[in-house]
Design a protein around this ligand. Structure first.
Ligand SMILES: [Zn+2]
Length: 78
């Protein structure tokens, strides 16, 4: 699993909408990759602010924006 794969799966990962093997792969990568950990932490905080602690799934539009932002962020480090 590479950083761009993490970005691709991140929204589902944060929604807890992944099968366990994919989830395990992501967590394995996060254990080794500081950049992705930072992205995940930042994204979690953003989602918490956005959702205002309501347990709602991410709206499609937000997922797209998030994906864009993360792709840009990781792209310049790649
Ligand atoms: Zn990574």
């Amino acid at each position: 699993m590479k950083c761009k794969d993490i970005v691709k799966e991140l929204a589902d990962y944060l929604d807890e909408d992944l099968d366990s093997s994919l989830r395990a792969s992501i967590e394995e990568h996060l254990g080794k990759c500081k950049d992705c950990r930072l992205v995940v932490d930042t994204t979690k905080q953003t989602i918490q602010i956005y959702c205002n602690s309501e347990p709602a799934p991410l709206p499609a539009e937000t997922r797209v924006k998030l994906h864009d932002a993360l792709a840009k962020r990781l792209h310049h480090r790649a």
